[in-house]
Structure formats: C-alpha cells, structure tokens
Design a protein around this ligand. Structure first.
Ligand code: ZN
Ligand code: ZN
Length: 346
C-alpha cells in the first residue's frame, strides 16, 4: 500500500499527520503523532507520552521519539533515505511548512491525498460502522418516548447523547442536531433552549462511534397535529430517500446520484429548497469522500460507505431531512441505519 501510494504521488517520502490516516495506515490510535513513509522503511514519529503505545499498536513501524524536534527528525530521515520530493497533506500548517523548509531547503513539497486510501472499506471496517449505526439506532429508540411538547431541544439532545453512550458509543460523532418548528429550516441547527411545541417537526441528526468508526443518521418526527404542507414535505423527502436507495449501487457516478435526487424533488416542486449535497462517505471521520454532490465525479465502488440525506428547508415554515448510512454493493446497497423511516407522530 505504501510503495504504491508514494509512486502514485511521485514522491520518495510522505509525511502523514491526520490522526485518522495515521491510524488507518499504522494501527496507532493515539494523537499528536506522525508517519514518515518511504519505500524502504515506515516510521512513526511521536513523543515520550506515546512511544510505548506506538510500539504495541503500530507493528512494522520504527517508532521514533522526536523529543519536540519534529522538523529536525524529518530532515534527518529525508537525508537518510536520499529523498527530495516529500508528500504532505493539505492540513500541513504554514508554520510547520516554514520549520520544515528551514531544516531542508532543498526538499520539494507536494500535496498527497492520503484520505483516498480509506475510501473503500474492508468487511471488518463495514462491521464497525454497522455497529456504530446499531448503537445510534438504539439510542434514538430509547429517547422517542421523551419527545413531546414542553421539552427543550437541548434536553432531548442530552438524553440522546447519553442513550448512545449507554448503548456503547465511544462519544458523539458531531454536535447533535435537534431542530424543531421554524428552526427545522436550519439544516445544521444544533440544539438550543427552544421549547418543542404542538405542530412542530423536529429533526434529529446524530451519530455514534464504535472502535473509531462513525455512524450518521437523521430522523424527523412530528409532534402533535401538523399541517398538510408539513406532511407533504415529509412524504416527499421520504419518497426521495426510498427512490435513491432503490437505485444506488456500484458503478454509478457520485454526481449522477445527487442529480437524481434533485430531479426527484423537482417533480414535487421542492428542488430549490434542497440546498446541500445528497450525501457523504463516513468512516474514521464523519465526513469523508466521495461525496454525493454535483462536483464529485467519482465512480462509486463496492465497499464504499455513503449517506443518503435529502432535505427540504422552507424559511419560516420548517424543514424535513431523512438520512441513512449505507454500504455500496455491486448490485445495490446495504442500509446500516435501521431505525424506521415511516412517518412518526408523537
Ligand atoms: Zn447526519
Ligand atoms: Zn450526514
């Protein structure tokens, strides 16, 4: 994997700093550490807090204690391996670049996208994501009886996050979204003190983490009597999700899948209210590539994970989003988030 990665990027060495990429490539689960990869040898650069853990977890990696001198260490390794071209990730800070440049002025830097290595998930990874999805399903199941008028969004957020932790989550994937009534027109409305009222649509967008892997799910629940227009929004978004889930499979281009969702909602007169991408991949990070968006021309392949999350948001009225996390297969998809999507009124 490493030799090919270096070759593809036309570099003799690569400096990897994103925690998720370090974990994926080496197995090391700590932070504040880096990988220095060459065709001959792979190094894990860390400090005294992590050397023991690194030796245990990162089999096959030479563990180096940089003792706070990262740029010196990298310069030394570049020299040792006669490397000139160094691949770096887009997260490399300008400050770190300057430090590197000072210690090895002859080095030629180029960006390399190590995230792409993680696009196709193994069976083992898919099983971990499925478990994260099971945990978030279970958390939501436990708090549905608590959803009623008079409660605040923040109370439900806390209850949901606690329920997911009790069900086995290592943490929350992201700031849980609970957006009710007019606030449901905010696609990313994190929970506030707003009180849930009769006639509100309430959108919950949340995720769990299992062995480092995330889940991502959204459900929208009606509280009491809602209007015909609100019900129309719900049914349209649900039909859109079901439509996309029925046609999604390996071989489709990411942008085409997004287009099909937009076309579907256009048929309902709602496309202009669908203001974000249809989906994204999920793994060690909550947002990964490829994304189901107009700009992404990637051909989807078996083993990729994608969310399917169309939504419509009408300012002043409210919105609906429904989201599943699914694994792409040759002949269809395996939906990993199993909480029912049927209209739910409490
Ligand atoms: Zn989500
Ligand atoms: Zn999502």
């Amino acid at each position: 994997m490493i030799t090919e990665f270096l070759k593809e990027n036309a570099v003799e060495a690569a400096f990897i700093q994103k925690d998720e990429n370090c974990r994926y490539i080496s197995g090391f689960t700590g932070s504040d550490s880096y990988l220095f990869l060459t065709a001959e040898e792979a190094y894990l650069l860390t400090d005294s807090r992590y050397t023991e853990q690194a030796r245990e977890e990162a089999a096959g990696f030479a563990v180096v204690d940089c003792a706070g001198k990262l740029a010196d260490t990298v310069a030394l390794l570049m020299k040792k391996h006669h490397a000139v071209r160094l691949g770096v990730e887009s997260v490399l800070s300008y400050r770190m670049y300057l430090a590197f440049h000072e210690k090895m002025p002859e080095a030629v830097f180029s960006f390399c996208d190590a995230d792409r290595l993680r696009q196709i998930k193994s069976e083992e990874e898919i099983a971990k994501i499925a478990e994260a999805c099971r945990i978030s399903d279970e958390g939501f199941r436990r708090i549905v009886p608590l959803i009623r008028k008079g409660r605040t969004e923040a109370e439900l957020r806390t209850a949901l996050e606690c329920a997911m932790m009790e069900a086995g989550s290592e943490g929350k994937s992201f700031d849980t979204i609970v957006a009710s009534g007019w606030r449901s027109a905010y696609p990313h409305g994190t929970a506030t003190k707003k009180v849930i009222e009769e006639g509100d649509l309430v959108t919950f967008d949340f995720g769990a983490i299992y062995e480092g892997y995330h889940s991502d799910i959204t459900r929208t629940v009606a509280v009491g009597q809602i209007t015909e227009q609100q019900r129309f929004l719900y049914d349209s978004v649900l039909d859109c999700v079901l439509h996309i889930e029925s046609l999604l499979k390996a071989g489709e281009r990411a942008c085409d899948v997004d287009r099909k969702a937009r076309d579907f909602l256009k048929g309902k007169g709602l496309d202009r209210y669908f203001t974000h991408a249809l989906g994204h991949s999920v793994g060690l990070e909550i947002h990964e590539t490829p994304v189901l968006a107009p700009r992404d021309k990637t051909i989807l392949r078996a083993g990729m994970i994608e969310t399917i999350e169309p939504g419509v948001y009408i300012p002043g009225i409210g919105g609906v989003r429904i989201e599943d996390t699914a694994a792409i297969q040759d002949d269809g998809i395996l939906i990993l988030t199993k909480f029912p999507k049927d209209f739910l009124c409490v």
